[in-house]
Design a protein around this ligand. Structure first.
Ligand SMILES: [Zn+2]
Length: 225
């Protein structure tokens, strides 16, 4: 079965008359229909949606008059525009510079100090048997709440991902703080969480299995004091 001539398919896509043989073939050939669909998309993308209309004569006359006016005024206009633009540019640059200075000051409120909160407690994270990872956890009181900063450097080969938990000192209940990626992370604490009860910082190896509970595979652990 020979496929339709590409030119015939293009005609169909353009909405022109096609030969009965082409139309007949299109009825039974998916490939050629696809080709027409593709060509139609192209045509629709190119075609001007509404037919072009000649504007009334007075519109042209108006446009021509404006062009003439603009041509006549151009040398002067260019001159004055140039003169006006330089001071504007300078003002713009000054404003941008001020914004940069303000931005830097916002990042460094104390002239370059780290905007850390007040340290409430720290924990030394010791590796659990079978693991070789040690670090620290620092509980900070910041303007917008308490934050636990966890540092667990080193290349720890985990099976899944690392999750940070606060566990009650009797090890019966626990709260997930989030996923630790990289060597360190900061985790917001729930506002009402009693850290004297949930004082054990735990970092676990969690398999990617959709189970939100602790895997039981703790990497490192320490108590806030
Ligand atoms: Zn075909």
């Amino acid at each position: 079965m020979p496929h339709s001539d590409p030119e015939d398919l293009a005609l169909v896509a353009l909405g022109e008359d096609a030969s009965p043989a082409t139309l007949e073939h299109l009825d039974i050939c998916v490939l050629c229909r696809d080709e027409v669909a593709t060509l139609t998309d192209v045509v629709d993308g190119v075609r001007v949606p509404a037919p072009l209309q000649r504007p009334p004569a007075r519109v042209w006359e108006g446009i021509e008059a404006q062009i003439e006016q603009a041509r006549a005024a151009e040398p002067i206009a260019l001159e004055s525009r140039r003169r006006r633009r330089l001071p504007l540019l300078l003002v713009g640059a000054a404003a941008a510079g001020a914004a940069v200075v303000l931005g830097v000051q916002a990042i460094l409120p104390d002239g370059g100090a780290d905007p850390a909160g007040v340290e409430l407690a720290t924990a030394t994270l010791d590796p659990l048997p079978g693991w070789d990872a040690a670090g620290t956890a620092v509980l900070e009181d910041r303007d917008d709440g308490r934050v636990l900063r966890v540092d667990l450097p080193g290349d720890v080969p985990v099976e899944g991902y690392r999750e940070v938990w606060l566990i009650s000192t009797d090890l019966t209940s626990l709260v997930s703080l989030g996923v630790l990626t990289g060597d360190s992370g900061s985790f917001d604490l729930p506002a009402d969480l009693d850290v004297t009860e949930f004082a054990v910082v735990d970092v676990s190896d969690e398999p990617v299995n959709g189970d939100p509970t602790h895997s039981g595979a703790s990497i490192a652990r320490g108590e806030l004091a």
